[in-house]
Design a protein around this ligand. Structure first.
Ligand code: FAD
Ligand code: PYC
Length: 416
């Protein structure tokens, strides 16, 4: 890898960056690959990276209809935590947190993982019961969690309104201190650079328009750049997963909804942790640039629009102002939406499909960013060996036939 001095950075800035070496190649597709990964979000790129790194599978193409990281990976609010209720979830999300802890070193790329803590506020007796039940369950699974009183919450976040006259007074909170945030784009870029360096072809502007099958087995894909054959196909298309499944002739228990977020103008550091509240229905953190990063639940209607409805933004800001009245004069800078793929039990689907050698990783809904490294890691194992890793075995598609659901509605923390 070429290194640049401060002088060459300045020279490049003044000459239109003409001499900069691209961080990854932009190859033409080959006629055939051992594995095609469909979707260059964080999960797809991590899958490709671990296929090469841990399984020596390098004859791989990652096909992306837009630009890499331009889907939910580049649109999310970057909250990372592993405080889910059930053992199965604790295992997969904490596997991811452990990988996050070493990811900047692993990729030699600063993903800005910041373990600033994630708080879940409790405003009612029911909230207190839910938060403490989950906290106990977390600790039994080796996932750190503490309970905070109202005063301890205030000490963490001095700007929070703890008045007992509030519509939803703050009665306490749980906090996971190993949880936090990371830089979303950097995760995609770090994995892309690492995968490319091991020989994987990342092909952007290459939409998959059809799945080729013969006698129930995947043979390749039809794309806007022609047909590409493959021995194995790994679909990691988030909000478009059911569109791809439809191309291959099967249905997924997935609904796609817009999920929105917004950021304020930058201000000096004033929010220390990530604060989530199910009762008022909003969450907030502060980026390293100083912007307040704000979001809430999904829109009510299924859609493939990456914008979302205006009243959801209004509702979200009302919720944030209940928690932080002093933000009432902040100005909002940007708002956007992504398309999230929601399963009936709010847990992901990772594993085989009814089509032989076609694998799927989807259904992360509003909460898959946090799982990116862990998801890619176990999915690569599943693709390379043809068998589920013990961590992703409970998340097979057939749980919707057997009824062995992993119900994480409560821990999803964002209503959907
Ligand atoms: P994506 O990044 O969406 O990647 C899928 C890729 O597939 C896309 O790039 C898409 O263009 C490509 N694709 C689709 N169809 C085709 C096709 N036919 N051909 C080729 N390519 C195709 N999660 C958290 O853990 N914490 C959060 O704080 C959080 N906040 C969120 C806030 C918002 C506003 C949104 C929208 C989501 C949030 N999420 C959060 C969820 C998280 O963003 C996703 O679960 C996660 O990023 C999914 O990653 P992915 O790689 O599977 O999907
Ligand atoms: O899963 O923690 C989460 C989350 C926060 C915001 C959106 N998703």
């Amino acid at each position: 890898m070429k290194r640049y001095s401060i002088f060459s950075l300045a020279r490049n800035a003044l000459t239109g960056h003409r001499d900069w070496e691209a961080v990854w190649r932009s190859p033409d597709p080959k006629p055939a690959y051992d594995v095609i990964v469909l979707g260059a979000g964080g999960h797809g790129l991590a899958t490709a990276y671990y296929l090469a790194k841990e399984h020596g599978v390098t004859n791989v193409a990652v096909l992306e209809k837009g630009w890499l990281g331009g889907g939910n990976t580049g649109r999310n609010t970057t909250i990372i935590r592993s405080n889910y209720l059930w053992d199965e979830s604790a295992r997969i999300y904490d596997h991811a947190v452990k990988l996050w802890e070493g990811l900047s070193q692993e990729l030699n790329y600063n993903v800005m993982f910041s373990q600033r803590g994630v708080m879940h506020l409790a405003h009612t007796v029911h909230d207190l019961q839910e938060v403490s039940r989950r906290s106990h369950a977390n600790r039994l699974n080796g996932v750190d969690s503490e309970f905070l009183t109202t005063e301890q919450v205030k000490a963490e976040e001095p700007l929070l309104n703890i008045s007992t006259n509030a519509r939803y007074p703050i009665l306490g909170a749980s906090i996971q201190r190993r949880a936090g945030t990371a830089r979303h784009d950097a995760v995609a870029w770090g994995y892309a650079r690492g995968a490319d360096a091991m020989g994987i072809d990342i092909i952007q502007n290459c939409e998959v328009t059809g799945v080729l099958t013969e006698q129930g087995r995947v043979m390749g894909v039809e794309t806007v750049r022609g047909q590409i054959k493959c021995k194995k196909l790994a679909v990691v298309a988030a909000g478009h997963s059911s569109v791809i499944a439809d191309m291959a002739g099967f249905r997924l228990p997935i609904e796609s909804f817009p999920l929105q977020a917004l950021v304020s103008e930058p201000v000096k550091p004033c929010v220390n942790t990530v604060i989530m509240s199910n009762a008022v229905h909003g969450y907030i953190s502060q980026s390293d640039k100083g912007e307040l990063v704000i979001g809430a639940g999904t829109d009510q209607f299924t859609s493939y629009s990456q914008r979302g409805s205006f009243h959801v933004v209004e509702h979200t800001l009302q919720a944030i102002l209940e928690l932080f009245p002093s933000f009432s004069r902040m100005r909002m800078l940007r708002q956007w939406g992504g398309i999230v793929d929601v399963t009936p039990d709010r847990s992901p689907i990772i594993g085989k499909t009814p089509v032989e050698n076609m694998f799927i990783n989807c259904g992360w809904g509003t909460g898959g960013f946090k799982a990116t490294p862990g998801s890619g890691h176990v999915f690569a194992h599943t693709i390379a060996t043809g068998e589920a890793h013990s961590i992703n075995a409970p998340f097979a598609l057939d749980r919707f036939m057997s009824g062995e659901l992993v119900d994480e509605h409560g821990a999803a923390a964002v209503a959907h």
